[in-house]
Design a protein around this ligand. Structure first.
Ligand code: SF4
Length: 364
């Protein structure tokens, strides 16, 4: 069997968040002689797993990249400028594509633009850039395939151990070993090798999550805020998390500090998002800051009208930008609104319950 056939049999999907079939992507790349960019930026908030692959599995990563590139020369490895990952890649003698340390700079089309002499900003595409052609502004784009570093490492594993080994991990629909970054209010932050379908509660135990934690962000800024009791009822798989409006995404689990008001924490996430828009699309440039402002108005004076306004602004964002950044932020804000409804009601009725706990009234 060819590598593409093996990848199809293994059911490997991209580990960067989009979960698209790697076999389909690789077949298109081969058909069009696409250049390869290995994305090791860890662009999502809290993510560290691609840096982990570079640090601990570099030989396999390089082997995977060689398998993908075949006879095509010019493979580049993207990492944030000045990062440890960039330094490790440079020390290995590969061609490092250094991207600014901004959220959308490591988006797939941003890296294609950067590699071809443009700015690290998303490009509007008429069709996947793996086929080349022109972007919506008429710029010529050479065929390029962007694969996340964990995905390229998994390609090397499928090549070495075969599809049956790969499918011995995970679920039928989401096969294979996976990395997850565990962050936030945890005793053991870091990257864990796991698989889809494990009980979410096991992940919380493995990282030593604060026993008082009430909320967890799954999938970063493009993911969802969940209540810990709901998350504990789930398995860590996109199929199971879907009933809570979440997915595995880029593999980040961020436990919120129970000593901080979750409304403030969400406000910080949304303020961060407002500062990360690449300023190219009006709905994103104005819409994401408007969303953050609507959240602050809501949390300062919780009311049904303020919540409705928050939902209205969030509803304006999806499908309006050149990239999916505003879609993800809208989804995150919507999940925060649903999950924190009781907390908003408590704020409307009196002092913040978290601050009462923080003042010393710890739960038993
Ligand atoms: S949607 Fe936002 S981040 Fe994406 S390209 Fe447009 S302005 Fe940039």
């Amino acid at each position: 069997m060819s590598l593409v056939d093996d990848l199809a049999a293994a059911g490997l999907t991209g580990r960067g968040g989009a979960a698209f079939s790697t076999a389909v992507k690789l077949r298109a790349a081969r058909d069009h002689g696409a250049a390869l960019i290995v994305n090791a930026c860890d662009g999502e908030i809290g993510a560290a797993k691609d840096g982990f692959v570079v640090e601990h599995h570099l030989d396999e990563l390089l082997h995977g990249a060689a398998l993908v590139a075949g006879r095509n020369r010019g493979t580049r490895f993207a990492a944030h400028r000045g990062s440890r990952t960039a330094a490790l890649l440079a020390a290995a003698g590969v061609d490092v594509l250094e991207a600014p340390d901004r959220y959308v700079s490591s988006e797939e089309t941003s890296l294609v633009s950067l590699a071809q002499g443009g700015l690290a900003r998303p490009m509007t595409k008429r069709r996947p850039f793996v086929t080349g052609g022109r972007d919506a502004d008429g710029r010529t784009v050479r065929p390029t395939v962007v694969l996340n570093a964990e995905t390229v490492w998994r390609i090397a594993q499928v090549d070495a151990f075969g599809p049956t080994w790969f499918r011995s991990f995970g679920t039928e629909a989401e096969p294979g070993p996976r990395l997850v970054t565990l962050a936030g209010a945890v005793a053991h932050p870091g990257v864990l090798e796991t698989e889809a379908g494990v009980p979410f509660a096991d992940l919380l135990t493995a990282c030593g999550a604060d026993p008082d934690a009430e909320h967890v962000v799954v999938g970063g800024l493009g993911g969802a805020l969940l209540g810990v009791p709901d998350a504990r009822e789930c398995r860590w798989s996109s199929a199971d998390l879907a009933r809570l409006g979440a997915s595995v995404g880029p593999g980040v689990v961020d436990v919120l500090d129970p000593a901080r008001c979750p409304l403030d924490t969400v406000g910080r996430f949304l303020d961060h998002a407002a500062g990360e828009t690449a300023g190219q699309c009006g709905p994103c440039m104005f819409g994401v800051p408007s969303l953050a402002a609507a959240w602050h108005r809501l949390t300062e004076r919780p009311s049904g009208a303020a919540a409705d306004e928050m939902r209205r602004v969030a509803g304006l964002l999806p499908g309006r930008g050149a990239c999916r950044f505003p879609d993800g932020v809208s989804r995150f804000a919507g999940s925060a609104l649903r999950t924190l409804e009781p907390h908003l009601a408590a704020h409307a009725a009196g002092p913040c319950p978290t601050q009462e706990v923080g003042a010393g009234v710890r739960r038993a």
